[in-house]
Design a protein around this ligand. Structure first.
Ligand code: MN
Length: 251
């Protein structure tokens, strides 16, 4: 199975979560919320073949952590993956949208400068603004919109721009969100948990939530679990292949 957006460093016991991921053979993208958290979080996945660590600066922290953009840029050479980045226009964070946009633009420019990255992107209540930012930085890499909750028209625009989507159990349980997922191109979809913030019951890594997400995706697509898994696995190979083919040459 694939978990393309989880916060391993924020589990009460990251090592237990990682052991479970290993045991279940899960391919995971471990995202971070601040550049400062990246080195330690990357160490957690040291020698774990199926775990990659993404360098992030969460939009909900941008107003407090914008001083870490320089560190972000310095660390960018250490990973092919960026996240969690993006914008959050929800009530609690809308007042900081200007600084969020400034931070995101600087990050996307830095990604362009190094030849592009695979980017896990938060776009809550700000999907149009996120797509505008990506449009300003077409060389920034491949965006993977995490837990996308914008209107269908924005999803269509994102697809046209080459974006991918990572979808988790809360999305697939929501009738409205599931209807949106059903309309996405199947070759642009991956699964995620956003654990431990979502999908989790208690403090354990939520393998059952990932299984249920796969089963619900199979239901939406009218395919069996094995076929659905093959599709997701092919998608992951395609996506990670874009790093090797396009961006490795730039380094
Ligand atoms: Mn997250």
């Amino acid at each position: 199975m694939i978990d393309f957006h989880c916060h391993l460093d924020l589990f009460p016991s990251p090592s237990e979560a990682i052991d479970e991921i290993e045991r279940s053979g899960i391919y995971a993208l471990s995202v971070t919320t601040t550049p400062k958290a990246f080195p330690k979080t990357a160490m957690l996945a040291h020698r774990r073949k199926r775990i990659r660590t993404a360098l992030g600066l969460h939009p909900q922290l941008a107003h407090e952590r914008h001083g870490e953009v320089g560190m972000f840029v310095r660390l960018l050479g250490e990973t092919d993956y960026v996240g969690e980045i993006g914008l959050d226009g929800g009530d609690e964070f809308a007042e900081h949208l200007a600084v969020q946009k400034d931070v995101l633009d600087r990050i996307l420019r830095a990604c362009s400068d190094v030849g592009g990255r695979i980017m896990s992107i938060h776009s809550r209540h700000a999907s149009a603004e996120v797509l505008d930012a990506l449009g300003r930085h077409p060389g920034s890499g491949v965006p993977v919109l995490h837990w996308f909750s914008g209107p269908p028209a924005h999803a269509e625009r994102a697809v046209e721009m080459g974006a991918w989507f990572s979808v988790g159990l809360p999305m697939l349980r929501s009738r409205r969100a599931a209807a949106l997922v059903a309309r996405l191109p199947r070759d642009r979809v991956l699964t995620e948990t956003d654990a431990p913030f979502a999908s989790t019951v208690g403090s354990q890594y939520p393998t059952p939530a990932l299984k249920e997400a796969l089963a619900r995706l199979a239901g939406l697509w009218g395919t069996d679990d094995a076929t659905t898994w093959r599709c997701l696995n092919n998608n992951l190979r395609t996506l990670t292949g874009t790093v090797k083919a396009t961006y490795a040459a730039a380094r």
